[in-house]
Design a binder for this molecule. Sequence first.
Ligand SMILES: Nc1ncnc2c1ncn2[C@@H]1O[C@H](COP(=O)(O)OP(=O)(O)O)[C@@H](O)[C@H]1O
Ligand SMILES: [Mg+2]
Length: 254
Amino acid sequence: MVEPLLAATDVTVRFGGLVALDHVDLEVAPGGITGLIGPNGAGKTTLFNVITGLRQPNQGRVLLDGSDISRWPTQRRARAGVARTFQRLELFVGLSVRDNLLSAWEASVSGGVFGRSGAEGRARVGEVLSRLGLVSVADRRAGELPTGLGRMVELGRALCTRPRVLLLDEPSSGLDAAETARFRDLLLEVVGQDAGGPSVLLVEHDVRLVMEVCDQITVLDFGKRIASGPPEEIRDDPAVIAAYLGDQGVTDVA
Ligand SMILES: Nc1ncnc2c1ncn2[C@@H]1O[C@H](COP(=O)(O)OP(=O)(O)O)[C@@H](O)[C@H]1O
Ligand SMILES: [Mg+2]
């Protein structure tokens, strides 16, 4: 088995009496897309928060490339290559699309932006704008954009930092079918490409999308990992169907 790029081991998070994560293990292999699925309230976003350092778990560790990063603050993890998007869009609504991306790049530069050329940041931002089809809206305020474009801007902010692992929290929510299809194609394009693309951990309600793009899927239910494996296995797993897929009407997805 390949060493995981990112691993969470034995993670437990309690909110008062509620056990949001109960001894959860998760691995993200280098170069691929790992899905994280499960019903509302299963603990997916909480696990993202633990991985990115927004929440300290009651128990458990987070490893990046084998190094224990559990005690690192959020910013240090980001600089080491852990990037995320949020379930609810979190953009600087008053800034232009371009400045949203530029500020993400600046925050990711280790030691701050001083000493790094502004040209380097602008070049990276330009690359990402064109890859995501955002050039024509680069000077618009992010707050004016429809959700579909807003999601692209958020993905752009994460990509500007050249992440090693990219955590996407329900990126297709608020997108229509055409936008979701476009998002899927972009995702496949930016991931693992010529050794420069990030590995992805994808939380997503659109199970069809998950089954199409993921190499591995982990399923959470009430804070517990109930299954983990390739899409073909997950689709036919009785526990997963009972807990989640049965309600999605997609157990027959090819
Ligand atoms: N800050 C919090 N305080 C109290 N309970 C929380 C908090 N964040 C999440 N929870 C609870 O933890 C459980 C897991 O939530 P979450 O990780 O958001 O699930 P998911 O992303 O899978 O829908 C839910 O029962 C939720 O209500
Ligand atoms: Mg969530």
